[in-house]
Design a protein around this ligand. Structure first.
Ligand code: TYM
Length: 335
């Protein structure tokens, strides 16, 4: 880790194949910030089991996700890429922080309310204390910045609250992190129900575009994307009145670097029939190099496992330093 650089920690759950939402909301920023910061990028598998997983699928997706991180541009020599369950300090600090987090504040988490509504048959304690584990992830590395999509902002805020409470009792143990939320692409919506967030666990496969989808599947999904009943079929940015079109414009804007005004001008008078396939093509081109490189990397499982091993070693080193300090502060006897 380079002296003088600030630190980033972020993670993505390997609970489903990565989506256009996870790419634009998080992974893209990770790559952009990776030169300027010392970065710890995690595969949040401990978080994934708050919802039932098929074990073999979880294992397979974890290794694929490592390949995607590298294929998207994260150099494993310059960034610490690691699997959360390989670094025991995450679970250990989470337990300590559980004792400094209030039932009431966890009850207010909107993601807990949403997820427990979706998984009514399995509202387990892990789903409830999930933000505490996320706080442990961030605080272990004394992260300055946490690049995430808009849906994770509340979790970074509770992390700051927990850290402030702990520091208030024991002195300056934890650095307070700031969320980093991209200006555009922080909340990509489903293509079939644009009032809902695009999600890995989407039950409608047409609503969600996966990073490793084949080009023909991406094109089909964009051609079918829900727009609105505007008779002029005008490509105009108005998220309240035209959420489907606004979402497609955001995707096109982030994929091509064009501004919303430029996009309105480009499709003026052309209607949705011309617009939707162009968005699809832009996403196909955005993902093509990542998909091809991921396929190539997946041929070399030993290389990917090596990245995880080296990453876990480096991450453990930093995490243990914080954990030891915490154990001492709370009064645990020396080992
Ligand atoms: P997860 O796995 O649900 O999502 C990974 C990242 O992608 C962002 N994201 C989106 N952004 C824009 N539009 C969308 N439709 C969209 N869907 C997902 C998320 O905001 C997130 O940044 N709890 C985290 C994982 C985690 C973590 C951490 C993150 C565990 N520990 C510590 C930061 C720091 C999660 O479930 O993300």
């Amino acid at each position: 880790m380079e002296q003088g650089k600030k630190t980033i920690l972020s993670g993505i759950q390997p609970s489903g194949d990565l989506t256009l939402g996870s790419y634009l909301g998080a992974l893209k920023s990770w790559v952009e910030l990776s030169e300027e910061y010392n970065c710890y990028y995690m595969l949040a598998d401990l978080h994934s089991i708050t919802v039932r997983q098929v074990p073999a699928d979880l294992r397979r997706r974890t290794l694929t996700q490592v390949a995607v991180y590298v294929a998207a541009g994260l150099d494993p020599e310059k960034n610490v890429l690691f699997v959360q369950s390989h670094v025991p300090a995450h679970a250990e600090l989470a337990w300590v922080l559980n004792c400094y987090t209030m039932f009431g504040e966890l009850s207010r988490m909107t993601q807990f309310k949403d997820k427990s509504a979706k998984n009514a048959e399995n509202i387990n304690a892990g789903l409830f204390t999930y933000p505490v584990l996320m706080a442990a992830d961030i605080l272990l590395y004394q992260a300055d910045l946490v690049p995430v999509g808009a849906d994770q902002k509340q979790h970074v805020e509770i992390c700051r609250d927990i850290a402030t409470r702990f520091n208030g009792i024991y002195g300056d143990v934890f650095r307070l992190p700031e969320p980093f939320i991209p200006r555009s692409g922080a909340r990509i919506m489903s293509l079939t129900s644009p009032e809902h967030k695009m999600s890995k666990s989407d039950t409608d496969p047409n609503g969600c575009v996966y990073l490793l989808d084949k080009p023909e599947d991406i094109m089909r999904k964009f051609k079918k994307a829900v727009t609105d009943s505007d008779t002029e079929r005008c490509v105009h940015y108005d998220p309240a009145a035209k959420p489907g079109v606004a979402n497609l414009m955001t995707i096109y804007s982030v994929a091509t670097g064009k501004s919303l005004d430029e996009i309105e001008a480009e499709f003026s008078g052309l209607g949705y029939g011309a617009f939707k396939p162009r968005v699809g093509e832009a996403v196909v081109e955005l993902f093509r190099p990542i998909r091809e490189e991921t396929d190539r990397l997946l041929q070399d499982k030993a290389y990917l496992e090596g990245i995880c091993r080296a990453g876990a070693e480096k991450a453990s080193c930093a995490a243990e330093r914080t954990l030891r300090k915490v154990y001492k502060k709370v009064g645990f006897a020396a080992r």
